[in-house]
Design a protein around this ligand. Sequence first.
Ligand code: 13P
Length: 256
Amino acid sequence: MRKKIIAANWKMNMTVSEAESFVDDFQREVADITGVEIVIAPPFTSLPKLSELVGDSQNIRLGAQNFHPEPSGAFTGEISASMLRELFVRYVIIGHSERRQIFGESDAFINQKVLAAQANELKPILCIGETLAEREAGREKEILAGQLHGALANVPVEEFPDMVIAYEPVWAIGTGKTATAAQAQEAHAHTREVLAELSNPETANKIRIQYGGSVKPDNAKELLSQPDIDGALVGGASLESRSFTRIVSACCEDNG
Ligand code: 13P
């Protein structure tokens, strides 16, 4: 009942011309794939070109990797929600571990972004995940619950179904170390329980939870066949269109 969602997080990769050539190939490769939502989150500079190519009507949606919660003003270097909406951006990645760690984003700031995204018709892809030290100390469930409670404070229950949560164990990002399907499923089931506490079980069952962290064409199918894994947030393997297409199709085979 939850439509799978596969998202590309290109991070700080791809020039506009590289993005254009990717989308040229990719649109052809996924033309016959249905039943899955595809999101591409390029750097801001490629959004105008991709919005021209992809528009608002196809099965490929646009995402942004970041935005600032204020509507406008003296925030040098930042981008607002309305600037993104004008380019047909539907999703915005919030709380990625790189933003938490490198740019010092706190749960309180992430919460402001979630609320501002929802107020501006952008759907959050909210990232949560534990570090290796936290997992080794057996604290992963507590960390995930803390991040969810912090990021989702004051979010009305009716906004929950439109959010996407991405479970990205920090130790699996860009390292080639994927969580096993069983580890990921356990974390996803726990995430859904916390979402049920914050809303209710029926609402929590509607929320799509993606796995992220070294997802590749070869491991996508097993991860995506777990009952609580509703998609993937893909970094490195989304930079090449054939490899991203194989991940998208792994998801469809699984859907039958
Ligand atoms: P990799 O797929 O490169 O591990 O990156 C995952 C990620 O951070 C997606 O947001």
